[in-house]
Write a protein that binds this ligand. Structure first.
Ligand SMILES: Cc1ncc(COP(=O)(O)O)c(C=O)c1O
Length: 348
């Protein structure tokens, strides 16, 4: 297939974070103990039995990644090996098969390459969102693992997750429902965590917030994470902290930002429990981070029945988050040095 076809005629800079059908997706099937070779297909529909365990018992997991176009036209993924590793934790947690890393990366590359025309151009502010997913399919009724699995990778060009360009601030509302139990599935990217969070997001949005913020479900004190992003905080005492919790998704973006904060900004970094009410007055800059959210500063947080402005301001983007954002997207777009080899070129 000649990948280098003309780009689609989309208004790239106006894209939101919505599904846009693209031409091809990768599909492989697991049955009788092994994966078939898989390949690209055109249909965006999955046809499965009405008893499929993915539909009844949420036996499914997924990943989220992005491809960016660099100024020289190269197409870059960001740390796809870590998405593969994370899916290989979630799958087995739900008794689903592992996907060998080479197969995962090759599937992602095929889906990206085949949809070259849909990859937003450099400078458009948009990127190609990539959604690998693993679902338990086939006939079933009782509570037991599926006998067959489908691994699929589809892609969709997307704009900013929070419907605002650049580094505008968002607000979060502490949820009165829990996302994940201490020994539950909170640290795995499984759909069940998100279904349980839909109500929290709705309630947060009714309060005027962009997203829900979850505290730990044991004591309702320590920050866990936002609905679709981890939390990072620059404290007034100069340290840069992020919650330590077994119930949150280990964000690849956060891991990268913590490295940048330490190595490039020389900040002292800590991963530790963060007591929201006790420590809020020491928060200087707060941000949500993730593949979709990138790094989005948080201006105010709703808890204990009122809004609390971060750093008594709530309106301006702080210098630390601005620098980290610039460093992160600079590396992701191939604009600045990548000393750790985080970007992975998809050869077209
Ligand atoms: C619940 C949750 N937390 C955190 C993240 C961020 O993880 P990552 O940086 O690996 O995308 C995501 C996904 O973007 C998420 O869904």
């Amino acid at each position: 297939m000649d990948a280098k076809v003309n780009k689609k005629d989309l208004d790239w800079s106006k894209l939101g974070f919505q599904y846009q059908r693209t031409d091809y997706r990768f599909r492989a099937t697991w049955s009788n103990g092994s994966w078939d070779e898989g390949g690209l297909i055109e249909s965006e529909f999955i046809s499965t039995h009405e008893g499929a365990p993915a539909l009844h018992y949420a036996q499914q997991c997924f990943e989220g990644m992005k491809a960016q176009t660099a100024e020289d036209g190269r197409v870059l993924l960001f740390r796809p090996d870590l998405n593969s590793d994370r899916m290989n934790l979630a799958g087995p947690r739900l008794l689903m098969p592992e996907i060998p890393r080479e197969m995962f990366i090759a599937a992602v590359e095929q889906a990206v390459r085949a949809n070259y025309a849909w990859i937003p151009p450099y400078g458009s502010g948009a990127s190609l969102y990539i959604r690998p997913m693993l679902v338990g399919i086939g006939e079933n009724l009782g509570l037991k693992p599926a006998k067959s699995y489908e691994f699929r990778v589809f892609v969709s060009p997307v704009g900013p997750y929070y419907q605002q360009a650049g580094l505008a601030l968002i607000s979060l509302a502490v949820s009165d429902v829990d996302r994940a139990a201490p020994k539950g599935t909170g640290s795995f990217k499984v759909g069940a965590n998100y279904a349980g969070g839909l109500l929290a997001t709705k309630r947060a949005q009714e309060l005027g917030a962009n997203e829900a913020l979850y505290l730990d479900s044991l004591e309702n004190r320590y920050i866990d994470e936002a609905g679709s992003a981890n939390i990072i905080i620059a404290l007034k005492d100069g340290t840069f902290v992020t919650p330590k919790s077994d119930a949150i998704l280990p964000s690849i973006t956060r891991r990268s930002i913590m490295t940048l904060a330490s190595e490039q900004l020389n900040l002292s970094i800590e991963e530790r429990p963060i007591d929201l009410r006790k420590e809020f007055s020491n928060f200087k800059e707060v941000a949500a981070c993730g593949t979709a959210a990138v790094l989005t500063p948080v201006g105010r947080i709703w808890f204990d029945n009122e809004w609390h402005d971060v750093n008594d301001d709530g309106k301006s983007v702080g210098p630390i988050m601005q620098k980290l954002y610039d460093l992160l997207i600079g590396i992701q777009k191939g604009e600045i040095a990548d000393p750790h080899g985080w970007v992975h070129e998809v050869v077209l």
